[in-house]
Design a protein around this ligand. Structure first.
Ligand code: MTE
Length: 319
């Protein structure tokens, strides 16, 4: 990936975890999904607007890691979001005026339920969960982020993909007016990503709508982004406007930009180096300049849950 020096950013406040976690138990569970996209239901996902708006009725997930979370400042000021610049501090600086509402989402391809949805209608039937995930960037650094999201599987089940749907492809908004990075040809816009159907349906895969108990900041992919914790961070496409169920493996942004360096699978794998650097170790952001690097774990530590998805696949060739 192109790298440039992260610039200094003034400290922003840090939210103590105990203040934002809403521990109220979630009652209605999966019955909500059956209600469809339009019916307002109790304890359904509500996405308030506005900077750092609190999310309500967020339940805690047993799938969270117990590792120490990174500070709000780390998570929101050290980012990759090339639509707002290639420097780590650029998204924080340049995405402030981005307007993530109103937001529509197009669903296309091999599914019974396709069309254009308002974001609010799209997420309303689902319960919000906090998922604290270890995230590993392909650039050999990592963070632990308290996401708030919805399992992608619950959404996909409602969309009823047909037997021809073998992959899901995702697209980010293309709007050079609002996204100054898109005025340069640093990547082939819009940013595109994809998952196999099995990956998309895996319980660890979520659509995130928030972090730290609040709506997603623009620089982290407001209002809706993908999070797949056993893959390198670039799979986590931000500010999604389109989901399409397709038969063939879709072309993805980084694999198009550097096919020898970035693959479709992008599973975290300490044994397969990037052609230009080792993937064996990682630097945890926030650990300080002199903190020692830690070993990278196979599938980012999620091997027990996901290794079976790749049985028989040559992970060296299918990187
Ligand atoms: N999505 C879009 N649309 N554009 C991007 O440049 N960068 C990816 C991914 N999603 C990117 C994107 C990369 S390389 C990483 S590491 C993660 O977003 C970073 O997510 P974060 O900034 O929320 O930590």
């Amino acid at each position: 990936m192109l790298t440039s020096k992260p610039s200094r950013i003034a400290s922003s406040e840090i939210t103590p975890r105990k203040n934002y976690l809403n521990r109220r138990a979630f009652l209605e569970g999966s019955a909500l999904a059956a209600a469809g996209f339009v019916a307002p239901v109790a304890a359904a996902a509500v996405l308030p607007t506005g900077d750092r708006a609190k999310l309500k009725d967020v339940s805690e997930s047993p799938l969270s890691t117990g590792e120490t979370v990174n500070s709000y400042e780390d998570v929101t000021t050290y980012n990759n979001f090339y639509e707002f610049g290639t420097g780590k501090g650029d998204p924080y600086r340049n995405a402030q005026d981005f307007e993530p509402r109103p937001w529509t989402l197009e669903v296309a391809g091999h599914a019974e339920r396709t069309g254009t949805f308002q974001l609010e209608d799209f997420v309303k039937p689902y319960a919000l969960e906090e998922r604290i995930y270890r995230m590993r960037c392909v650039e050999a650094w990592s963070m632990v982020i308290p996401w708030v999201g919805i399992p992608l599987a619950s959404i996909i089940r409602e969309l009823k993909p047909t037997a021809s749907a073998k992959y899901v492809r995702f697209e980010t908004l293309k709007d050079p007016q609002q996204m100054p990075g898109q005025r340069s040809r640093v990547l082939n816009w819009p940013y595109r990503e994809g998952l196999t159907m099995a990956e998309a349906m895996h319980p660890l895969t979520i659509f995130a709508v928030g972090l730290y108990g609040e709506v997603l900041p623009n620089q982290n992919g407001a209002p809706l982004r993908l999070v797949v914790p056993w893959k390198y961070g670039f799979k986590g496409i931000k500010s999604i406007v389109k989901i399409e169920f397709v038969e063939k493996m879709p072309a993805t942004t980084w694999a198009m930009a550097g096919p020898r360096e970035y693959g479709f699978y992008a599973n975290v794998n300490p044994e397969v180096d990037h052609p230009r650097w080792s993937q064996a170790r990682e630097r945890r952001i926030g650990g300080g300049l002199f903190a020692s690097k830690q070993p990278t774990l196979m599938f980012n530590g999620y091997a027990d849950q996901v290794a079976s998805l790749y049985e028989g696949l040559n992970l060296r060739r299918n990187f």
